[in-house]
Design a protein around this ligand. Structure first.
Ligand code: TXA
Ligand code: MG
Length: 335
């Protein structure tokens, strides 16, 4: 199968609509990462997504809708505080998990009685969703466990020959996946940190909790995705807490093809030591936007990636660090 990369035009949207309604999948841009979209009402379309990605059958999908879509077609209960969150943050990088009406394919939520819903802000994504006018399930458009894609080219690297169409909407400005927030209880609970922070959510509705799975036997995990190793480049990746520890490791590793991933603030030390540096930048937004592209660069240019944790740990960095820790093997240096 030939995989075409095309800009978003009325013609390519019509082509995408034919594919989606025939049970096929189409890659689409969003402001966070690219998604692999399929018809949420169609068992075959949903199963095709799991098959193409190699996704574990117990990891549920997010339904994407345009901003004018009537959510009550697919969700059972809309608590007032969730409405407030939608007013403030949507369209945008926040996914809300609601009680489901069960109208979408039973393969979407993998046996959970909830449905994750997202209204992306990306104009191309909105145009696509308006054209479809149904919920489109879309996981990140990467092979399962590989690094998420922030450009049409990244999607092509993983799915060339496996999907018919990639709609090109430029580089994703956000860079890490949406915040996933459960709104089935009395207060919102963050299941996956992202670009909308716990502090921002709490500021709007007064409270926000974070889900930390500590499973006892027999307990069902709320958001299966949080348990998987994820986002990994295909090279050895070692994560250090400080630049000092990373530098020590770099000096011991000189013979192999090594690169260093770090924030701009400490990059100079590694450049001085002769290292190839993949620079995350300075601000939290910059680091989120660059992370996945740099992890994909790393697997092309090195055998070992030495990553150094940025200094700032809160706000958007909670999400960035969550992804970085899942991508890399942490090295705890005993002092
Ligand atoms: O930014 C994003 O959210 C991107 C773009 C394409 O929209 N999508 C994305 O999808 O990251 P995916 O499939 O890679 O991650 C979905 C996450 C997983 O961690 C999954 O477990 C969780 O959302 N999830 C989906 N449905 C859920 C549900 N009903 N309850 C709890 N967690 C759910
Ligand atoms: Mg993903």
């Amino acid at each position: 199968m030939e995989t075409k990369i095309k800009p978003i035009t009325p013609e390519t949207l019509a082509e995408a609509k034919n594919l989606i309604f025939a049970g096929d999948v189409v890659a689409i841009p969003t402001e966070t990462v690219y998604g692999l979209g399929g018809n949420a009402f169609d068992d075959e379309g949903v199963k095709r997504i799991f098959e193409v990605k190699g996704r574990p059958a117990d990891n549920p999908l997010i339904a994407h809708v345009h901003s004018g879509y009537d959510l009550l077609k697919i969700i059972d209960y809309d608590p007032p505080y969730a409405r407030k969150l939608r007013e403030v943050f949507l369209p945008g990088p926040l996914t809300l998990v609601y009680p489901s009406t069960g109208k979408v394919s039973r393969f979407v939520s993998c046996g959970l009685n909830t449905l994750a819903v997202r209204v992306p802000a990306h104009e191309g994504a909105q145009a696509f969703l308006r054209t479809m006018d149904i919920p489109i399930v879309a996981p990140s458009a990467n092979l399962s466990k590989h690094v998420s894609p922030t450009s049409a080219q990244h999607v092509y690297e993983d799915f060339s020959g496996k999907i018919p169409l990639i709609l090109d909407g430029g580089s994703s400005v956000g860079g890490i996946e949406s915040t996933v927030c459960d709104v089935t209880g009395d207060v919102p609970v963050i299941l996956r940190p992202g670009l909308i922070t716990k502090e921002q959510i709490a500021a709007v509705v007064g409270a926000c909790e974070e889900y930390a799975p500590q499973l006892v036997e027999g307990e069902k995990v709320k958001s299966p995705g949080v348990l998987y190793k994820h986002y990994s480049p295909r090279c050895k990746t070692l994560l250090f807490n400080t630049a000092e520890e990373g530098l020590k490791a770099y000096r011991l590793m000189k013979e192999t093809r090594v690169a260093v991933l770090c924030e701009d603030f400490v990059a100079g030390q590694f450049v001085k030591a002769g290292a190839v540096v993949l620079n995350l930048g300075r601000t939290e937004q910059e680091m989120a936007a660059r992370l996945y592209g740099l992890l994909r660069d790393a697997e092309k240019i090195c055998d070992v990636l030495i990553a150094v944790e940025p200094n700032k740990k809160d706000g958007v960095m909670t999400g960035v660090l969550n992804r970085l820790r899942k991508a890399c093997t942490s090295v705890d240096v005993k002092h």
